[in-house]
Design a protein around this ligand. Sequence first.
Ligand code: DX5
Ligand code: ZN
Length: 230
Amino acid sequence: MEELRNRRVKLAPSILSADFARLGDQVSQLEKAGADRIHVDVMDGHFVPNISFGAAIVQSIRPITSLPLEIHLMISDPNFFLEQFLEAGGDSFLVHWEGNNNLYRTIRKIKELEKPVGVVINPATPAAVSEEILPEVNLVLVMTINPGFGGQRFLEMTLPKIRQMRQMIAQVNPNCELELDGGIDPTTAPMGVAAGADVLVVGSAIFDHADGLAVGMKSLQQAINQAGTS
Ligand code: DX5
Ligand code: ZN
């Protein structure tokens, strides 16, 4: 557990689970509670079977927080929308390997916009698909659920892949972050961290916590810290 003790794990609350009537207030609460970045899930009803929100939401929360806004694009044509999200105030972009025949072009385009870029892989997608582009990216996001909805159960079948990805990153691009998204709660967070995660996206475990967002954040931070010192 030595490795765990020395690593500070970052939390990225996902506003997909927010109460949109109180979005600004909730984002401020998360910043106060120690969130490291805000994760923004964009869905087009085509790439995934759900529709969420577009760049207007990014524009609305931009003046509310100084936290980085991380844009997770679950849309069919990410290339067409990058500028829009950039102008709205997006700070970094996460794009899927799946369904993108020209992923390297998308990655180059984001780099030309001078923003950090991450590649995302779904649960059934092998780690190896990211091998060639690993030197080019700032982050790899391993989906620990099938994308489209919050509140799903963490898929433990992804753990060996997370460990494998951690090794690939250590060998090829040690500055690259390893992020997990989906089903993260105080039970699954330590599993993901032990497998090698640096950043955890968390939706329902924070926003649906019975005692509020700050307590939800604290429970996760405690679970991660306890696992690191046991
Ligand atoms: C789902 C999204 C996730 C989602 C996670 O496609 O990418 O970011 O908000 O929500 P929870 O933490 O509830 O699984
Ligand atoms: Zn996400």
